[in-house]
Design a protein around this ligand. Structure first.
Ligand code: FAD
Ligand code: NA
Length: 378
């Protein structure tokens, strides 16, 4: 029977949260259609057979949020799928040294042979090197230099940006580097959000729990566009917006992707001192190495390292923040607005809105969409 109150395209975070809300709050009959062979979208993780290590298939996923509402939401099933506090740390290899990222006092002391001891010394040094462009930064390079000055920009950000986007920072929108965090203390954490955690049993188990309901049917290995007789009261589309409107004759939206190169090592210890080590220098072809065993202190006689290479083709990961792409997205957005009015279809999530959004933002936007459409607040 192909009749549902709510059809959801995509079993990622956006789709899963909407399915859960419609099933559990409004007792609607929901189908989730997913073209991949698994739920979880890009948060999907699995236990590697050879090593027993829990790892992500589409890159490391660190949950962090300042939102009470999101934190309460993800913890609803705490008994079965608890979250464990995890303060993420990242290092970078620069000038042959392993330094903390974001830049903090130790980073600067190590790279420049300085000996700052406190926040006021670090703050006045930062003030002296920052090339301010207050509200008028023309591009991502100027924006970065306004935060970390030219030398640190060259050492840590210039080539990394080039590798990640295959474009010079001077060709990219200022927003790309607008939120580069810089610390004026010794805080080594990557995020400063109040809540930072990883799901104890992995993201996929958490997704299984939130999708568990008699009201929810999950249909894997199914491309929405190949379905014929599906009848839906409402539809939520979380796939790429340009795939939905592919017959409208607009150019495709531009994305960057990642190629993951996995290596298993026989090593009961660790390959590197942190879960993530960035390689910002131009002579190294990859952007970073992730060692999954670090996450939640896993144990194994092996370790798995994954090198990440930025590429043009592959799964769509990062919208390319250029003016032309943003203008093209606006055209798709107009089509989406018309479709919403005509036929109760809603576009939600990172691919349907052509925006990089973190997990907490994806959850919040899905919750807010549910509340707005159904006129409900939690
Ligand atoms: P997705 O997870 O992409 O889900 C969309 C789903 O729709 C996919 O499963 C797709 O297969 C399916 N789909 C598409 N088209 C169709 C179709 N035609 N028919 C059926 N199904 C279809 N966020 C953080 O907070 N912390 C991190 O550390 C972090 N790291 C990240 C690392 C990488 C490499 C990437 C790409 C993202 C990262 N994110 C991180 C962001 C996080 O992945 C997103 O916020 C989240 O996945 C958004 O969920 P979504 O449901 O909107 O999209
Ligand atoms: Na990440």
């Amino acid at each position: 029977d192909l009749n549902y109150d709510v059809c959801i395209v995509g079993a990622g975070l956006s789709g899963a949260v909407l399915a859960e809300r419609y099933a559990n709050v409004l007792h609607k009959k929901v189908v989730v259609i997913e073209k991949r062979s698994h739920i979880g979208g890009n948060c999907y993780d699995y236990v590697d057979e050879q090593t027993g290590i829990l790892m992500n298939l589409y890159g490391a996923h660190l949950f962090h949020t300042d939102s009470e509402k999101v934190w309460r939401y993800v913890n609803q099933w705490h008994e079965e799928v608890p979250w464990i506090r995890w303060d993420h740390e990242v290092r970078a290899v620069v000038d042959g040294k392993l330094v903390p990222v974001p830049v903090n006092i130790n980073t600067v002391n190590s790279l420049f042979g300085l000996n700052f001891r406190n926040t006021s010394e670090m703050t006045s040094w930062l003030n002296s090197i920052q090339k301010k462009c207050d509200g008028n930064c023309a591009n991502a390079k100027e924006m970065a230099e306004s935060r970390v000055g030219s030398v640190l920009f060259q050492k840590i950000f210039a080539s990394y940006t080039k590798k990640q986007w295959d474009k010079d920072a001077s060709e990219l929108e200022p927003l790309v580097t607008a939120r580069i965090p810089v610390r004026n203390d010794f805080d080594q954490r990557y995020f400063s959000d109040r809540f930072q955690a990883l799901p104890k049993h992995g993201y996929t188990k958490w997704f299984e729990r939130i999708l568990r309901s008699d009201k929810i049917t999950v249909q894997l290995n199914t491309d929405y566009f190949a379905l014929k007789d599906l009848k839906c009261g409402k539809t939520f589309f979380t796939g790429p917006i340009d795939s939905y409107f592919s017959k409208e004759g607009l150019p495709k939206l531009e994305y960057r992707s990642i190629r993951f190169e996995k290596t298993v090592l026989r090593n009961s210890g660790f390959f590197q001192p942190a879960s993530v080590v960035n390689y910002p220098e131009p002579n190294v072809p990859f952007t970073r190495i992730v060692e999954y065993k670090h996450f939640l202190w896993q144990k194994s006689d092996f370790t798995v390292i994954v090198k990440e290479f930025s590429t043009d083709d592959g799964e769509p990961y990062y919208p390319v923040p250029k003016k032309t792409n943003i203008a093209l997205y606006d055209k798709y957005k107009e089509l989406a607005n018309e479709a919403e009015k005509k036929s109760s279809i809603f576009f939600v999530g990172r691919l349907a809105t052509y925006k990089y959004i973190n997990m907490d933002r994806a959850i919040l936007l899905a919750l807010e969409m549910f509340e707005k459409i159904e006129n409900r607040t939690r």
